[in-house]
Design a binder for this molecule. Structure first.
Ligand code: ADP
Length: 355
């Protein structure tokens, strides 16, 4: 008769189909129980946005059955706990993964993709914050249909000090803050470096984000000022670059990519937006391959996306009946798994050899 320890050993050797390392190495196994001829295996995924998890159950099932003929059936039970770097400690930000969404120029759908990542990851069960740092055109309040300025509350710290905290707007549990809430409509602001730096720092530090799995930051298009501030304040999980398929737009995307390289923010990959008859298709994927970057998916051009954005109903992109939903969920999954890959494949710290 096979023992639970033997079966667990077998499960630990199964390779994860996305990350390419063994479930044991990735610390994803959470126990095996055998009752009669049935084994129940518990697996903890590194994100609830793990794509097509049934591939893991299939591999586990065949690995067990081939090595343990006395086991006739295998149940695989999944849980998920988001893994992350949690690098905001110095500024008191408790977010496991901070994701910047950027683009080379405006109008390519950067904010739409940032908001979609936030609502999509939330719909998959994650704790998510969305910070609109697009100081030149903060469009998130309009897209989520919440333009009232959030409350600032005085709170007393454990040390007895009284400080101001900003309460983020909550949309079904998604926490949102935007530069737009603090600017008057039509107010043209010239942001100088130090002022911008202070505003971004304050947004990260003084907002009551709580514990987040993912904090999505919608960056201003093009320039690197906000990115530089972010990379000085915390270690980001990485940046997503949004672009449209035409060749001219791709040149701008390449500029954005080199900007992220300069400020040492790792790249998660490229999203192609507005794929379709008007702008074409596949340009971003080819560019990603050429640059050796992951391609994170495409979002077709669809009047429904613009209409929902204009009407403040961007959250409804994730309703079952929306035709763009699958494309959006795919992008969320690819972003989440790319973060997990970069985190978990990263070489372990070299161990000191003591002679
Ligand atoms: P950016 O943040 O890059 O300036 P936005 O996300 O504000 O771009 O999008 C610009 C406009 O394009 C908005 O009106 C938005 O609703 C629309 N839009 C974005 N993506 C799509 C899409 N896939 N199909 C149709 N309209 C889109």
């Amino acid at each position: 008769m096979s023992t639970e320890a033997e079966v667990l050993q077998r499960v630990r050797s199964v390779k994860d189909p996305e990350i390419g390392r063994s479930l044991g190495d990735l610390d994803m196994t959470r126990g095996v129980a055998i009752v009669g001829d049935t084994a129940t295996v518990k697996i903890e995924l590194p994100t609830p946005a793990y794509p097509r998890r049934e591939r893991i159950s299939d591999s586990i099932r065949s690995a067990i059955v081939s090595a343990h003929p006395d086991i006739k059936s295998v149940n695989v039970e999944f849980t998920a706990v988001v893994r992350g770097k949690m690098t905001g400690g110095a500024i008191g930000l408790r977010a496991k993964n901070v994701i910047a969404v950027g683009s080379g120029k405006g109008g390519v759908g950067k904010s739409t993709v940032a908001a979609s990542l936030a609502f999509g990851l939330k719909s998959l069960g994650c704790q998510v914050g969305l910070m609109d740092a697009d100081v030149y055109g903060p469009s998130i309040p309009h897209m989520i249909g919440s333009i009232d300025r959030p409350a600032a509350m005085k709170v007393t710290t454990a040390a007895g000090e009284e400080i101001e905290r900003i309460q983020p707007v909550s949309i079904d549990g998604l926490k949102v803050i935007s530069m737009g809430y603090f600017l008057k409509p039509d107010q043209a602001v010239i942001w100088r470096g130090p002022l911008l730096h202070r505003a971004i720092t304050q947004f990260l530090k003084d907002t009551d984000w709580g514990d987040l799995d993912y904090l999505i930051i919608d960056l201003p298009p093009g320039t690197g000022d906000v990115s530089l501030t972010l990379s000085q304040l915390l270690g980001l999980a990485g940046a997503v670059v949004v672009c449209t398929p035409q060749q001219v737009a791709l040149l701008d995307a390449v500029k954005a990519i080199s900007m992220f390289n300069q400020v040492k923010i790792p790249l998660l990959g490229i999203v192609e937006n507005m794929t379709g008859e008007i702008f074409g298709r596949g340009g971003a994927k080819a560019k990603a391959e050429e640059l050796g970057l992951p391609f994170l998916g495409e979002l077709p051009i669809d009047a429904g996306i613009r209409i929902r954005g204009d009407a403040g109903r961007i959250a409804s992109l994730f309703s079952e009946s929306n035709p763009s939903r699958d494309a959006l969920i795919h992008i969320c999954e690819q972003v989440a798994i790319e973060i997990a890959k970069q985190l978990l494949i990263a070489p372990k710290m070299p161990s000191l050899e003591i002679l």
